[in-house]
Design a protein around this ligand. Structure first.
Ligand SMILES: Nc1ncnc2c1ncn2[C@@H]1O[C@H](COP(=O)(O)OP(=O)(O)OP(=O)(O)O)[C@@H](O)[C@H]1O
Ligand SMILES: [Mg+2]
Length: 258
C-alpha cells in the first residue's frame, strides 16, 4: 500500500514538473515571438529609411537634372522635349512608388496622423481598393498612443482587412476602436461567409497566430467569431496602460468617466 502511495506521489511530482517545464517553454516561445516581431518592425523601419533616402534622393536629383536639360532646349528640339517630358513623368511616378513602398514598410503616417486617423484613412483606402464598404467608429479620437502599441494595432487591423479581401466574400466591413473602462478594444467585423472554428484554432493559421502574438505581447486578448449569417468578428482587448502614452492612474480614472 505504502509503495503504491509513494509511486503515486512520485508520478504527481513528475507531472507537476512536466507542467512547469511546459509553461516555461511556452513563456519563452512567447517572449521570442514578441522579440522577433519587434526586430522585424525595426528592420522594416531601417529598410524603409534606406529606400526613402537612397532612392528618393537619387530620383529627386534625376528629376532636377531633367528639368535643367529641358530648360536648355530650344523650341526646335521638339522630339527631345517630348522625350524629357515622358521621362520626367516616369521619374515622378517612381518617386511616388518609393514613398508608397517605404510607407508600407514603416507606416510613417502613424507618426504624422496618429492611430485613429491612420485607421480611418486605411478604411477609406480599403473601400476604394476593394469595393467592400468599410466604416470606422471610435471614441478614442483624443488619445495619444505609444508607437509600439499603435504599430501592433495597425498591423492587426491591416491583417484582418487583408483576410476579408482574400477569404470573406463580404460586401461590407466595420472597424471600431473603443476605449471602455481600462481597455482599448479594436474590432474588425465583416458580413461575409464567417470563419470556421477549425480555422480559428488551426496551427496552419499563421496570420491569426501572428495577430494573437502581437496582442499577447501587449498583455491583451484576441478572439475571433464566425457565423454563416453574421460573418466574422475579430476582437482585440488591450489594457489602456499598455498602449496609451503617460497613462497615470489619475488619467485612467478620467477615462472611466468618458
Ligand atoms: N474574415 C474571414 N472570413 C472568412 N474566413 C476567414 C477570414 N479570416 C480568415 N479566414 C480563414 O482563416 C484562415 C486563416 O487565416 P490566416 O490569416 O491565419 O491565414 P491566411 O490569410 O490564409 O494566410 P496569411 O498567413 O497570409 O495571413 C484563412 O485561410 C481563411 O480560410
Ligand atoms: Mg491572413
Amino acid at each position: 500500500m505504502d509503495a503504491i502511495v509513494g509511486e503515486r506521489h512520485i508520478m504527481l511530482v513528475r507531472l507537476k514538473q512536466a507542467e512547469e517545464n511546459l509553461k516555461n517553454s511556452r513563456d519563452q516561445l512567447r517572449a521570442l515571438a514578441a522579440r522577433l516581431q519587434s526586430i522585424r518592425e525595426n528592420e522594416r523601419a531601417v529598410i524603409a529609411r534606406e529606400i526613402h533616402d537612397e532612392f528618393g534622393q537619387a530620383l529627386t536629383s534625376l528629376q532636377l537634372g531633367l528639368s535643367w536639360i529641358a530648360g536648355k532646349l530650344t523650341p526646335k528640339q521638339q522630339p527631345l522635349q517630348e522625350k524629357i517630358k515622358s521621362l520626367s513623368a516616369l521619374v515622378t511616378s517612381m518617386i511616388r512608388s518609393v514613398q508608397r513602398i517605404a510607407n508600407k514598410l514603416r507606416p510613417g503616417v502613424l507618426d504624422e496622423l496618429g492611430l485613429v486617423k491612420t485607421l480611418k484613412s486605411e478604411a477609406r483606402e480599403f473601400e476604394g481598393r476593394t469595393g467592400i464598404r468599410c466604416g470606422f467608429e471610435t471614441n478614442a479620437g483624443k488619445a495619444t498612443f505609444d508607437r509600439l502599441g499603435a504599430v501592433a494595432i495597425f498591423r492587426i487591423a491591416q491583417a484582418a482587412l487583408t483576410n476579408i479581401t482574400r477569404h470573406a466574400h463580404a460586401s461590407g466591413a466595420i472597424i471600431t476602436l473603443m476605449k471602455r473602462k481600462n481597455y482599448l478594444i479594436l474590432t474588425v467585423n465583416d458580413n461575409g461567409k464567417g470563419i470556421t472554428k477549425k480555422l480559428i484554432y488551426s496551427h496552419d493559421s499563421l496570420g491569426i497566430i501572428g495577430m494573437r502574438e502581437r496582442t499577447l505581447a501587449l498583455d491583451g486578448t484576441l478572439t475571433l467569431k464566425g457565423s454563416k449569417s453574421k460573418g466574422t468578428t475579430l476582437t482585440v482587448r488591450i489594457p489602456l496602460s499598455r498602449v496609451l502614452i503617460g497613462t497615470a492612474s489619475s488619467s485612467l480614472v478620467q477615462d472611466n468617466t468618458q
